[in-house]
Design a protein around this ligand. Structure first.
Ligand code: SF4
Length: 281
């Protein structure tokens, strides 16, 4: 995963300007990717079809994101990597990105919430608004994660994610490849940015991801390697909103634990929800 060297002619096939031509080129690439089974071949073809820097992995430091970094490294696939630093991350998460950078010799872009948006939210609702209601949790995630994620993707053609279908019932039908649209937050109009969302390891389960990483001797997030008896971290987000969970609990039970009764079926921050009916300006 060194200096990006995708094929120049193929890269020119995806126009940067939004419009019918770009949409058609992305759909054609999505069709090609959908016909490929091997995840690394999928990633290689996607990288070859895009200009340098326009295929980007968003990772929060969890197992599948690291497996994709490892796979790209093994297959010499050029991949930009970014993470959303919500300013509420575990210290172990912040340090883990330093570890990944030195292990793989890569640079990981840290994307932060917008200062003004964050100030306004805290003045209106307080720092711990996520305890008040599901709507306020989604609003906090929107300001700290979803909008920064949109900004990170504004010049990207292929957004690579570590989504897996086994992560929750809500994610069970997630496609491996889809053409999607996100808001263009730089635009005063309703203009959307069209891009491909690619989840190359969508069908891997956690055991397979762990086995792959173990064989590669990849560094794991330290919190994903520890447990306290039957209690362990399964899915990592912000401090307070993430707790250990028991082995008998469903996936993501440790996230926003106070919603386990009322909203257990939708444990999402919004990054992987259809954009963006809940975006508040
Ligand atoms: S996980 Fe919690 S603190 Fe982090 S953005 Fe979402 S609601 Fe806010």
């Amino acid at each position: 995963m060194t200096t990006p060297t995708p094929a120049t002619t193929a890269a020119q096939a995806i126009p940067a300007d939004e419009g019918a031509e770009r949409s058609a080129a992305l759909q054609e690439l999505a069709n090609r990717l959908s016909a490929i089974d091997d995840p690394w071949e999928k990633l290689r073809v996607a990288a070859s079809a895009t200009a340098p820097g326009r295929i980007s992995l968003g990772t929060s430091g969890q197992l599948t994101g690291t497996a994709i970094i490892e796979g790209a490294h093994q297959h010499n696939i050029p991949l930009r990597v970014f993470t959303i630093d919500t300013l509420r991350l575990f210290p172990e998460t912040v340090e883990y990105f330093d570890t990944l950078e030195s292990h793989y010799g890569i640079s990981i872009e840290r994307v932060h919430p917008d200062d003004q948006e964050l100030d306004r939210m805290i003045r209106q609702h307080g720092v711990f608004l996520f305890f008040d209601s599901k709507a306020k949790q989604e609003y906090c995630c929107e300001i700290r994660k979803v909008r920064p994620n949109f900004r990170a993707l504004r010049d990207v053609d292929v957004w690579v994610t570590g989504l897996r279908r086994d992560q929750s019932a809500f994610r069970a039908d997630t496609p491996a490849v889809q053409v999607t649209q996100i808001p263009n937050l730089d635009s005063s109009s309703d203009e959307k940015h069209t891009l491909i969302k690619l989840a190359p390891l969508i069908d891997w389960d956690e055991a397979r991801v762990r086995a792959f990483l173990k064989e590669a001797r990849a560094p794991l997030h330290p919190l994903l390697e520890e447990s306290e008896g039957e209690w362990f971290f399964e899915s990592l987000g912000c401090v307070i909103c993430t707790t250990r969970q028991a082995r008998w609990e469903p996936p993501r039970a440790g996230r926003w634990r106070w919603f386990n009764e009322s909203d257990a079926e939708k444990k999402e921050c919004g990054i992987h929800l259809p954009p963006p009916s809940h975006i508040n300006d």
